[in-house]
Design a protein around this ligand. Structure first.
Ligand code: IVH
Length: 669
């Protein structure tokens, strides 16, 4: 190695070491100025020898050319969520279930803080960070590698040795309390958007297409688990895995302990609850995870959450304030929601100015009036709510609140549907509020994902008369859009391109985007794997009830939606505008529907991701670990321990040919 190369190497090693000391060990060894001096030296030397710049050099974190859009990443192992416990009884019941299933008197857990941030997957191959993805819906996320590379506490290359050749680290990206304050001060000074809380600030920062903007945001990271592990060994307990991750250079929260039995769990919970306000970052609870990995595998999963972990949420935070006014908002489905406008008050580090009163029954029950002094509550990310009125503080002569008989926006009669708490505007899409909300929903990220078409812009387009319903989005005229206030040529072009790009979609996203009442992402996916659009349009309530998780109420909503000719006409116009998708129907539904697969090892003719997508599109579930509930293990080359586990549990094992056979001969594989 030449002397320049070894000098560069030495500088990088030293900088990485200082950074590790600072971010992971929380034990800085040099003043910032010394770090900066070495960094500048490295910048200068790399500038002289650009051919010697490496991808994982500390200088390569400043952000890159903006992306047109984020590409999708299918998670090889789904990113799950956690079940919640809200009381000691819930926690005890969880521990009992675990003990019963494992047949143990006491179980060892790793206790961690529940960070209020965004779940992220980091993929390291041969120790280099090659890809970072958001959780998304747990199955598919977005590739945010360029953004993640700008986070200084995330190593671009792992330290030391002994890590697996392929290792997926999972954790949370967040912004500290002080980082949040500073960011908002800066935003205010630049007349930019103010973030409501650290979590939103982190989400907004991570979703920047221009990673140079992300680089200027104070994002941090803590690892809390792993996903894929290939070509290598990892410890057999979760706590030890976290220690290994630390030794490989990944930050882990210092508030992490191994505990045994309920008493210690509760002790940990209390200790953290006491110091919660002093922690530098926001947390919304404690997570307990069964420590032993074999035990975890034995316990397995139920739907989207593991049986071996539980989140104990902290009780919501409360504050006292005054109701300045009560307004009625109209939602996407016409539901009228009374909202209390409040005298601004700080709750859990956030200033709150509105609280939902849910619906007419709630307002009546709580008897909230304008001028009242009330207790409000904020729980995590949900909209704050009014808990109760303080009656002693009520002013004389105050008037009880009544819901309006007409929609406050379109003045159509407000109706109460039998058996529902909600009072709804009967104006349907003729109601401006409903029309705007339905377009906002259509364009949203989990629906048609029209990049850059947010609430404000939809309102602007609507108010200018450029759109009346979702189908009009596909006929927007460049000149008209560019002429809008705060728009201009470039933004108009970007918007039209994003709309064009959204035309290539997935059937479930399209169905979800239509905003049929109670058809969420999961229902949409189930429908999409069962039917084609024309079949759904013609389906009876009975037909629809054949689909997994669809009951009579949802089925009725779907039937009603397609019975309305206005809806049918709008859907028709969207499709003639060129919106397309590939069929997701599970042709072999009877064979694969609801069956659980695990895929391990390397497949010769397709990636594990592709195999997984095909199985899912046929109605199967794909899980990350083998348990007694696994129906099939698909084993490629070098299958590892999952194969042994499957054999010990008598799970059917398929090789690649077996997989194709089960996928059906008619498929073009
Ligand atoms: S473990 C299989 N550990 O909470 C377990 N999650 O409700 C998956 N979160 O999406 C997550 N702190 O974003 C885990 N110490 C922690 C966590 C944590 C925060 C978030 C994470 C996840 C969500 C699940």
């Amino acid at each position: 190695m030449g002397s320049v190369e070894s000098k560069l190497d030495e500088l990088r090693r030293q900088l990485n070491d200082y950074s590790y000391r600072y971010h992971v060990l929380d034990d800085p060894v040099v003043p910032d100025a010394e770090y900066d001096r070495l960094y500048q030296e490295l910048v200068k030397l790399e500038h002289e020898y650009p051919e010697l710049v490496t991808r994982d050099s500390p200088t390569q974190r400043v952000g890159e050319q903006p992306l047109g859009e984020f590409s999708e990443v299918a998670h090889e192992l789904p990113m799950l969520s956690l079940d919640n416990a809200f009381s000691n009884e819930d926690l005890n019941a969880f521990d009992k279930r675990v003990r019963d299933r494992l047949d143990l008197a006491e179980v060892q857990y790793t206790a961690e803080v529940k960070l209020d941030g965004l779940a992220i997957s980091l993929l390291y191959e041969h120790g280099k960070l090659v890809r970072a993805a958001t959780r998304g819906d747990g199955t598919t996320g977005e590739d945010v590698t360029s953004n993640i590379r700008t986070i200084k506490s995330i190593p671009l290359a792992l330290r030391t040795t002994g890590f697996p050749g392929r290792l997926e680290v999972r954790g949370e990206v967040f912004i500290s309390k002080t980082g949040f304050e500073e960011l908002n001060n800066r935003q205010r000074a630049q007349e930019e958007k103010i973030f409501a809380n650290p979590r939103n600030a982190a989400a907004g920062s991570l979703r920047q297409l221009d990673s140079r903007i992300t680089a200027a945001r104070p994002l941090q990271f803590f690892a809390h688990g792993i996903g894929i592990v290939d070509a290598g060994e990892i410890p057999e307990s979760h706590f030890d895995i976290l220690q290994s991750l630390k030794s490989w250079g990944l930050p882990v929260s210092a508030e992490t302990e191994r505990v045994a039995g309920m008493e210690q769990c509760i002790g940990f919970y209390r200790r953290i609850a006491d110091i919660r306000a002093q922690l530098p970052y926001e947390i919304d609870g404690i997570v307990f995870k069964v420590d032993d990995l074999e035990h975890q595998a034995e316990l397995g999963f139920v739907s989207r959450a593991p049986r071996w972990a539980i989140a104990c949420k902290f009780p919501p935070e409360e504050a006292v304030t005054e109701v300045l006014d009560i307004e009625v908002q109209v939602g996407r489905t016409g539901a009228l929601t009374p909202v209390a406008r409040l005298s601004p008050v700080r709750v859990g580090g956030v200033t709150v100015t509105n609280a939902t009163l849910h619906n007419a029954d709630e307002v009546q029950r709580k008897d909230v009036r304008v001028g009242d002094t009330v207790i409000i509550r904020r729980a995590g990310d949900v909209i704050p709510e009014v808990v109760r009125v303080i009656p002693e503080k009520r002013q004389e002569g105050s008037q009880a609140f009544t819901m309006p008989a007409q929609c406050p926006v379109c003045h159509s009669p407000a109706e109460r549907v039998e058996g529902e708490a909600a009072i709804r505007c009967s104006g349907g899409l003729y109601c401006r509020a409903q029309a705007i909300q339905s377009i906002i929903h259509f364009a949203s990220r989990t629906a048609m994902d029209i990049e850059g078409l947010g609430d404000k812009l939809v309102e602007q387009l609507f108010n200018e008369g450029l759109i009346r319903d979702i189908s009009d989005l596909f006929h927007l005229d460049h000149e008209q859009v560019a002429a809008l206030e705060r728009m201009g040529n470039k933004s108009a072009e970007n918007l039209l391109q994003a709309i064009e790009a959204s035309k290539n979609t997935r059937f479930d996203k399209f169905l979800y985007a239509l905003g049929i009442r109670e058809v969420g992402q999961t229902t949409a996916r189930n429908l999409a794997t069962h039917f084609q659009l024309d079949e759904i349009r013609e389906a009876t309530q009975e037909d629809l009830c054949q689909v997994r998780d669809i009951g009579p109420v949802v089925a009725d909503n779907i039937v009603r939606f397609f019975r309305d000719e206005r809806n049918v006409a709008i859907v028709g116009k969207v499709i003639s505008a060129g919106v397309v998708w590939e069929s997701m129907r599970a042709d072999d539904a009877t064979e694969l529907q609801g069956k659980t697969f695990v895929i391990t090892g390397t497949l010769a003719s397709l990636s594990r991701n592709e195999a997984k997508e095909r199985l899912i599109s046929r109605g199967a579930k794909v899980s990350g670990s083998v348990s007694a509930r696994t129906d099939y293990l698909v084993a490629g080359e070098n299958p590892g321990s999952k194969l042994d586990k499957a054999r010990s549990l008598d799970v059917r094992v398929l090789d690649e040919a077996g997989l194709f056979e089960i996928l059906g001969r008619d498929e073009d594989v």
